[in-house]
Design a protein around this ligand. Structure first.
Ligand SMILES: Cc1ncc(C[n+]2csc(CCOP(=O)(O)OP(=O)(O)O)c2C)c(N)n1
Length: 362
């Protein structure tokens, strides 16, 4: 049987040298010095957002944070392939994508602090809020894409999900429906090797991308730590969706360098040796080596990146600490669009409980 998978598409090697792959390099032939530098800057800022939020959680300012460390190229490369009118349905880990789509950095931690039910207004950046129900966003993306297709809108809808999510029934339904109805969805799988403590080899004995082939959806594996390759292959899938070609699947091979969330301890299920292998494939170091090799690195640029990253990190930190605690009754808002008797009863019971607790304290 012919196997369409030979190796993940790569355009830049870990030492910063370009790979001679004319076919795929053509997809990013317009990416000149400015764009290369922007990709680098955005990855550094994404890492800073992550570092700042992780520190805030450790300092008791956030309830939880899902780190993106190591996945900067997969997030930034794919986000740069999207147009402003495309729509993103994400998981919980894509803060770097939200940044690239122009989110106010002061909103990134709102949900994780418990200050609101959401981080940002999806309409502002055409991107949904962090979603905890693993794989559900695949269905939401497919429904939205199908509706857009019926409306004649020439857009792509991209959904991010992990390797673990591909074992969910929701993803199976989404892939099947998207294939049957030619919905303009890009299924972007962040294969970061782990679903909490479950390694991908247990998750799927075959490469994840083959699951898409079973539905008749074309797919590709890409080196997810190579920002240029991710940009190239996501662009191809986005163009296909925007021009009526239907769904595609991109499997980005990357690595979650940190814990699953700040509540996890990965040393209990994986080795330091494995981490070291992936440290050598660090996506930001790779891009820096490319910029140096191509004479695009200088101290002015280094300073610009540091300033931007400090500004975003500072803004995120200050906004987080300033967020007022919400009224506890807000818990009952946004469950139904109209008032519901059961919710109203629960709201009353909770108000009574709070009043009693206040009475006990005073
Ligand atoms: C429907 C559902 N089942 C289980 C969970 C608990 N859970 C949260 S994250 C996670 C692992 C997801 O792994 P993966 O899809 O690979 O994404 P990653 O966290 O690696 O980005 C699980 C099982 C959940 N949130 N939702």
């Amino acid at each position: 049987m012919a196997d369409p998978i030979t190796y993940p598409v790569q355009l830049v090697q870990p030492d910063g040298r370009r790979v001679l792959d004319r076919e795929h390099a053509a997809l990013v032939s317009d990416v000149g010095p400015d764009r290369l530098r922007q990709l680098y800057e955005d990855m550094v800022v994404a890492r800073r957002i992550d570092a700042e939020a992780t520190a805030l959680q450790r300092q008791g300012q956030l309830g939880l944070w899902p780190p993106l460390l190591g996945q900067e190229a997969a997030q930034v490369g794919s986000a740069h392939a999207l147009h402003a009118d495309d729509y993103v349905f994400c998981s919980y880990r894509e803060a770097g994508v939200a940044y690239c789509r122009g989110v106010d950095p002061g909103r990134i931690t709102r949900l994780w602090r418990g200050a609101a039910h959401y981080c940002w207004d999806p309409a502002d950046i055409n991107m949904t809020n962090p979603a905890i129900v693993v794989g559900a966003q695949g269905l939401h993306a497919t429904g939205y894409a199908y509706a857009a297709h019926l409306d004649g809108a020439e857009i792509a809808v991209l959904t991010y999900f992990g390797d673990g999510a591909t074992s969910q029934g929701d993803m199976a339904e989404a892939l099947g429906f998207a294939a049957s109805w030619s919905a303009p969805v890009v299924f972007f799988c962040m294969n970061n090797q782990w679903a909490i403590s479950e390694p991908v080899r247990v998750q799927s004995p075959t490469p994840i991308v083959r699951r898409a082939y079973g539905y008749g959806i074309p797919g590709v594996q890409v080196d997810g730590n190579d920002v240029l390759a991710v940009l190239a292959m996501t662009r191809q899938a986005v163009a296909r969706a925007r021009t009526g070609g239907g769904p595609s699947f991109v499997e980005a091979i990357t690595y979650r360098m940190g814990p699953h969330t700040t509540a996890d301890d990965p040393t209990r299920y994986r080795s330091a040796a494995e981490n070291e292998v992936w440290q050598r494939r660090d996506p930001i170091d790779r891009m820096k080596r490319l910029l140096e090799r191509e004479d695009l690195w200088d101290s002015d640029f280094e300073l610009r990146v540091r300033d931007r990253s400090d500004a975003v990190g500072g803004l995120l930190r200050a906004a987080t600490i300033d967020m007022p605690d919400p009224d506890p009754a807000q818990l009952f808002e946004h469950v139904y669009t109209t008032r519901h008797p059961l919710i109203e009863e629960e709201r009353r019971q909770y108000a009574d409980y709070l009043a009693d607790a206040e009475g006990v304290r005073s």
